[in-house]
Design a binder for this molecule. Structure first.
Ligand code: SAH
Length: 344
């Protein structure tokens, strides 16, 4: 049911001889009152409730693990109807509660530092399975009367490799008759699937857009992210500039610091050159250790040097605050640990 957008529910109502406003009622039950059965939608007629029950499934995510970190971060491992598992993370910031959602079971991009790609791509998530992650976290927050205020699509998977479901998910959580999460409170991140960047630019949304860069030259980026062989850095930068032109928005580049690989002052200078004329912000991510991958952390002082070198050249930069360090909160880590058979 969560895969249907409000307009699609409206169409279903008309096809079933019901008034279109019934759709908004259903939407309200799902996303504002957050009931878990059609039977509970008491302002609908009994025949309509029965018809809905027969026609749709309520996507259920079974909570396998719920781990709370000392900083309030909660990591969920959910099981899907076909037995696969996915991760969702709730992060707490001063400005509110942010949920990091997964878009695919596994990933086929193959970044050499990432745990999500171990075992490859199993399948895409349906829009409803992405929506359900936000709802599950919202239901957990309902106990303390808190609200999910922002969403980042930075969990397992490449969102632009599951584009239609991702867009449908965005429209549903953004809908003001439902969860009403504002576009500027949503961030989507891609490893750089260029044709989809053009497509996304043409949607002209106000959603925050991030690109995983990790290297400022083609050779190094191809080593870290094999996708760079298909979608090369100069073309990626063209696509990003097109995005900025079309939307008028600033973009973010994620730059993971991998010890001895891409973290020297020279690398910082190269990065500054690359983004010189690009309206952007750089997010430095100290690498999360993944047992299956052998990257090491950049020492703190070197991280600050890297940051300083960028600032000196006028680049907007911040170092990502780390959360949930004690609970395997990096993409795909919990799943990789708990579900070895799935990630081999
Ligand atoms: N597939 C999308 C969404 C994932 S976002 C993308 O690639 O953008 C998660 C971010 O964390 C990405 O920038 C990813 O490159 C980064 N990441 C993955 N594994 C990491 C690790 N071990 N250490 C630091 N960052 C990592």
């Amino acid at each position: 049911m969560f895969s249907l957008e409000l307009d699609e529910i409206k169409n279903w109502m008309s096809e079933n001889g019901e008034k279109p406003f019934r759709a908004a009622q259903v939407f309200e039950w799902l996303y504002i009152k957050r009931v878990t059965s059609f039977e509970d939608m008491t302002n609908l007629s009994k025949p309509l409730r029965d018809n809905l029950t027969e026609s749709f499934e309520m996507t259920t995510l079974k909570t396998l693990i719920q781990q709370q970190s000392s900083d309030g971060t909660i990591k969920f491992l959910f099981e899907l109807h076909d037995g696969y598992s996915i991760e969702t993370v709730l992060m707490r910031h001063e400005y509110g509660n942010s949920v990091c959602v997964t878009t695919q079971v596994g990933c086929r991009i193959g970044c050499t530092f990432c745990a999500s790609t171990l075992g490859g791509l199993k399948r895409n998530l349906e829009a409803g399975e992405i929506v359900a992650q936000v709802l599950k976290v919202q239901q957990a927050l309902d106990e303390t009367e808190e609200r999910v205020s922002s969403v980042v699509i930075m969990g397992i998977g490449e969102p632009f490799d599951n584009y239609e479901s991702m867009m449908s998910f965005l429209r549903t959580i953004n809908n003001e008759k439902g969860l009403n999460i504002g576009a500027r409170h949503i961030t989507v991140s891609t490893s750089g699937i260029i044709p989809k960047i053009y497509k996304f630019a043409d949607e002209k949304t106000q959603i925050n857009f991030a690109i995983s860069l990790h290297a400022a030259n083609t050779e190094l980026r191809s080593r870290l992210m094999p996708i760079n062989r298909a979608y090369k850095l100069p073309d990626l930068m063209d696509a990003v500039k097109y995005y900025i032109d079309k939307t008028g928005r600033r973009v973010s580049f994620e730059y993971g610091l991998f010890g001895g690989v891409n973290d020297s002052v020279e690398h910082a200078e190269e990065l500054a050159d690359l983004v010189k004329d690009v309206k952007c912000h750089i997010n430095l991510i100290p690498v999360n250790y993944v047992p299956e991958r052998d990257y090491v952390r950049t020492p703190k002082e070197k991280i600050f040097e890297f940051e300083k070198a960028l600032k000196k050249r006028g680049v907007n930069v911040t170092i990502r605050r780390e959360q949930g360090h004690d609970i395997d909160a990096a993409c795909g880590q919990l799943r990789a640990k708990e579900r070895k058979e799935e990630t081999r």
